[in-house]
Every structure is written in structure tokens, then in C-alpha cells.
Design a protein around this ligand. Structure first.
Ligand SMILES: [Zn+2]
Length: 268
């Protein structure tokens, strides 16, 4: 776990979106250099993982999956479902789920589970690299999704389960990413992630130590959060139970499945 990493916007030849060097791309490139044949990159930051997608656009050894707010309403304006990888060998190596602005816990979890597990089970990566930008949160000032800390934790747990189920020897590199609610959200989200990755998950009902809250107040004059939960218990409906073609979230998922799944020999 490297929560100082996940700088997914940096391009091979230029800086972009607060990112100078793309540590995720460099880590994946190094894995390929060392002989990896299949690496999956999963990005749940609210912004499209454009730099990593660009770096491996033509490379069938790397499957990039990004769930993000729709490019029509948010930087960097890419990440359309039709972006599926470079022509020829790269075709089908990029996956993009463009979520409508305003998507909350239930929709976010529904979209994740409608796309990610099936792809990872099919691809069977040797390593999974995940990017956990915390800027999907409803308090984040930069974007327009409405996800709670509790849903972020459920996605982190789902990544952990998928690593043990689908990835050779459970090889997992988890990265931070964006996150601009730096008192209320980011520290709690990535603390959960570290705990989950270390097989020592933090109870969401835990009370946050007053020493930390005092430190936060001294530095920021803001009151830190009291517990490791937003008090939500997200529920999501499984895609296998059907979908509604008139629903905007379901339309987003369908667009991704229809554009991408057949390219990988999977049913849309
Ligand atoms: Zn972001």
C-alpha cells in the first residue's frame, strides 16, 4: 500500500492533473519488465485514470479498468465507454464506466459489482494494482459523486476478496490517489484500506483517538471526525437480478458492458 501514490493523470511525456510522475504506470511497467504477462489496474478515483490507460493503450498484457464521474461533467474529460484500447492487440484492454454525476453508494457499488468481478475472474491477473482516490465522497469539493466512507470501505474489501480469489498468490499493490476533503475523508478512507490490506481491518464503529483530533484541530482549526464511519449501511442490487434500461446508472453500466465485454469474448 502506498497512499502517497496513485498519481494516475501523469502522461508519459507530460504532467497533468496534480500528477508529475505516474507511479502506477511505472510500477506496472516494472512488473512487465520482470516478466509479468497479465497485470490488472483498477481505478476507483472519481476522475478517469487517463494516464495509466494511455500508457498501456496498445498493450494486451495490461487490463485497465476505471470507474469515474462522467467525462461530460468532470476533468479530464475522457473515460468514455467507447474507449476500449488501441486497435489490434490493444482492443479490449481498457474498460471505462462513466457514472452520472450524483451517483451515490447504491449506484456506485452496483456499477462496481456489475463490471469488475467478472472481468477479473476472466482475466486472471498475476498482480492487481488498485487506485483508491477518496474523491468519490459526498464531501469532496472537486467532484460530484455522493459516495460515503462506508461504501468506499466496502469497495476496498471487495478488492481484497477479489485479490484472494482471482490473483496468483494474492499479489496486490494498493495506491491512494485524489481526495480533497483532507480532514474528514481521506485519512479515514486510507486508514481502512491499510487495515484491510494488512488483514487487520478497523471496525467502522471505532472512535477516533482524541490525540489525532487534537492534532487536526491545532493544525487546521477544523474539528476532525469522531468515528471511522459515516453511519451508512449501503445496500446494492445485483446486476444479475436484472436492470432498467431507463435508469441512468444502468445505462452507464450497459454502455460499458456492450462496448467492452464482447471484445474480451464475454457476454455483454
Ligand atoms: Zn481524482
Amino acid at each position: 500500500m502506498n497512499f502517497a501514490g496513485g498519481l494516475h493523470h501523469a502522461m508519459p511525456g507530460s504532467a497533468s492533473g496534480f500528477c508529475i510522475y505516474n507511479d502506477a504506470s511505472l510500477a506496472i511497467a516494472r512488473l512487465l519488465e520482470l516478466g509479468a504477462e497479465r497485470v490488472a489496474y483498477l481505478d476507483v478515483d472519481v476522475h478517469h485514470g487517463d494516464g495509466v490507460q494511455a500508457a498501456f493503450w496498445d498493450d494486451p498484457r495490461v487490463l485497465t479498468i476505471s470507474l469515474h464521474e462522467h467525462p461530460g461533467t468532470l476533468f479530464p474529460g475522457t473515460g468514455w465507454p467507447e474507449e476500449t484500447g488501441g486497435p489490434g492487440e490493444g482492443e479490449g484492454s481498457a474498460v471505462n464506466v462513466a457514472l452520472p454525476a450524483g451517483t451515490g453508494d447504491d449506484g456506485w457499488l452496483r456499477a462496481f459489482h456489475a463490471v469488475v468481478p467478472e472481468l477479473l475472474r476472466h482475466f486472471r491477473p498475476q498482480v492487481l494494482v488498485t487506485q483508491h482516490g477518496a474523491d468519490t465522497h459526498f464531501e469532496d469539493p472537486l467532484a460530484h459523486l455522493a459516495v460515503s466512507l462506508d461504501a468506499q470501505r466496502l469497495v476496498q474489501e471487495a478488492c481484497h476478496s477479489l485479490v484472494h480469489e482471482c490473483v496468483e498468490d494474492g499479489r496486490w499493490l494498493a495506491l491512494g490517489g485524489g481526495g480533497y476533503a483532507v480532514v474528514d475523508v481521506v485519512p479515514r478512507s486510507w486508514t481502512h484500506l491499510v487495515g484491510i490490506a494488512a488483514h487487520a481491518p478497523v471496525d467502522p464503529e471505532s472512535v477516533i483517538p482524541s490525540s489525532w483530533r487534537d492534532e487536526v484541530y491545532a493544525r487546521t482549526r477544523q474539528l476532525g471526525p469522531g468515528r471511522m464511519t459515516d453511519g451508512r449501511t449501503p445496500a446494492w442490487r445485483s446486476w444479475e437480478d436484472g436492470y432498467d434500461p431507463a435508469d441512468r446508472l444502468d445505462q452507464a453500466v450497459l454502455a460499458t458492458r456492450r462496448a467492452l465485454f464482447p471484445l474480451r469474448g464475454m457476454l455483454p
